[in-house]
Design a protein. Structure first.
Lengths: 342, 342
DNA sequence: CTGTTAGCGCTTTCAG
DNA sequence: CTGAAAGCGCTAACAG
């Protein structure tokens, strides 16, 4: 068996309480005793046992990240931000992937029971109220990103403004027939669908109306499926309509990339024949020379992480909601190398 | 306080041992008793406590994934594969990111102590022998992916063959001045550099020699840095040489994408003016219409996961090394929509 | 300042 | 088949 705190205590000629104290930098230990203990630890090669420590402390120093698609660049970027600030705080990150719809409830179920992590960060997802309640009861903090939840601390952007930004850019360019396309419409963002997407659409509508352009429902496509493929399909449908759009605002870069592929396959030039604006600014947007609305994905993650950590430490939040800002990135379709971010 | 096994035992009128047995599907419980216990559990809303269970069992049902870049699509793809098979086995996945070189040792240090996970999967990385030794002593299995380690179970591909595949494709196309470029040369793949990269270069050399083409060292560029940017820079350097290559084999798709960007900025057409082959087949390769050598990234992850789980269960491996196969994917530079994988 | 004593909640012998 | 009891290794009062 491994060496335990008892072995150390015996070797150092002290009680286990004292050993525990030096382990946890408790002030009340004389320098001399501390030395002895430290020496014994060193000599025996003692390593504290995480599990025993966890049980005693009733916490794990672990936060779970619940995400719906590990394949989604946006979510991975947010994850990066989370990882970074969590590792600084010496907190472990455990991933809960919700790929299949049916596993969702089961996972949430098992997360709310048994305390598998001390805190939770949910990406692009909206928690059923029963679970919010349950997490609260078990006293495990949850913060939401990419979605402003009425009951949970959230980190988000102003998606209405984002949609407005993208659309008015297109309008400024002279377009009047502008399509709006969106994916992941119903799933996995909870029963009410993709809220950020709905907001982007609101911003889109707002921009159109302000410019005196009527909203043409035949130019709005919302549906589910693999983003890139959907982008391709939607572009195909849209552009073979009797009155096709001259510009498309895609609610995600992946969707926009799919549109670009379709355009390319049809020798439709972007932006000459078809203007296009995406959303997110994933790394490949700059490769593709895609004009897009940049979300501070990394920052969304780190802010969320900061918030759960605060909450886990028993502190209350200075701000329940954290809104981050959006930025329109205009590119010409030949991605300039200067656009590469390191 | 939360409801414990004692409460259940009392409510069901049995001993805690019996409750534990039904919790763990131990056979030796009468159907009747089981029912009573189950009912009590239901009635009280009892949820077993993970930490206590862990302490008793002396294991966490958790595997850690050590990776060097959460920003690297290849590594994320492997991670997806891992996540998938792990979640099927109901094992939690915790991420250890090694972004900064200096944190590497510290992390390994803390991983080998204290048992923060029951098993480890290392992606694109080679463990210092001292740590291999340590993990062995603590009896925590480690499996390596994207690298064949002399001392650890590994999942990998034949990178020499991969390099050969890519290069001979280019030769078949009539090219004789073929460059080889590679990134992440020294870091983070251990003190000996990027082994997969070295092997790809060997395959490259082999193909050239077989075709009777001399190896021109001025056409081989290896270095470190952000892949896309490096691809751009290297292409720039290579193509402004007195005797530029007519084809480039890039050891990763990201690098190749950087090359494409440079080419585009200079109005160099691919493949007409410059042939290009990448490596990995990340999702965006099909978008870019990039010919590449496909690695079964997802499978690499799932195989590795399967292996650690085996090991964690105390079983020995039927095969210490698992070699997966490579495939050349030829594309024309206008990525056809059919190439989109779902 | 420091040793001792209770647990943390569960699994696992060990007797019946 | 089942109850009782003994820890798992550590933290956290509690007396000195």
């Amino acid at each position: 068996m491994a060496v335990t705190i008892y072995d150390v205590a015996k070797a150092a000629g002290v009680g286990i309480g004292t050993v525990s104290r030096v382990l946890n930098d408790n002030a009340n230990v004389s320098a001399q005793t501390r030395r002895k203990v430290l020496d014994a630890i060193e000599a025996l090669g003692y390593k504290p046992n995480f599990m025993a420590r966890n049980l005693s402390r009733a916490q794990l120093r672990t936060v779970g990240v619940v995400l719906s698609y590990l394949t989604n660049p946006f979510q991975v970027a947010v994850l990066q931000g989370i990882e970074q600030t969590l590792s600084q705080a010496e907190i472990d990150l455990i991933i809960f992937n919700l790929d299949s719809q049916d596993r969702r409830i089961a996972l949430l179920e098992s997360l709310s029971e048994g305390r598998r992590s001390d805190g939770l960060i949910v990406i692009s997802f909206s928690l059923p109220t029963t679970f919010i309640e349950r997490f609260r009861r078990y006293n495990i903090p949850v913060v939401v990103t990419d979605n402003q939840d009425a009951h949970l601390p959230s980190v988000f952007v102003d998606n209405i403004y984002g949609g407005y930004l993208a659309t008015s850019h297109l309008i400024r360019l002279g377009h009047r027939r502008i399509a709006y396309i969106q994916d992941h419409f119903k799933a996995p963002n909870g029963p009410d669908g993709n809220w950020p997407g709905l907001d982007r659409r609101r911003g889109y509508t707002k921009a159109l109306l302000e410019a005196g352009i009527d909203v043409d429902l035949s130019l709005i496509h919302e549906g589910d499926g693999h983003s890139r493929r959907r982008g391709w399909e939607t572009a195909s449908a849209l552009l073979s309509q009797p009155a096709p759009p001259t510009a498309i605002f895609a609610a995600s870069d992946m969707l926009a990339l799919g549109v670009m592929e379709y355009a390319q396959s049809q020798a439709i030039r972007i932006p000459q024949d078809l203007a296009l604006v995406g959303f997110d600014d994933i790394e490949l947007a700059s490769f593709a020379g895609l004009t897009t609305v940049r979300q501070p994905m990394h920052q969304m993650g780190s802010e969320a992480a900061r918030m759960v950590v605060e909450l886990m430490n028993g502190n209350s939040l200075t701000e329940h909601y954290r809104e981050l800002s959006l930025e329109l990135i205009v590119r010409n379709s030949s991605g300039t190398p200067q656009a590469i971010r390191s």
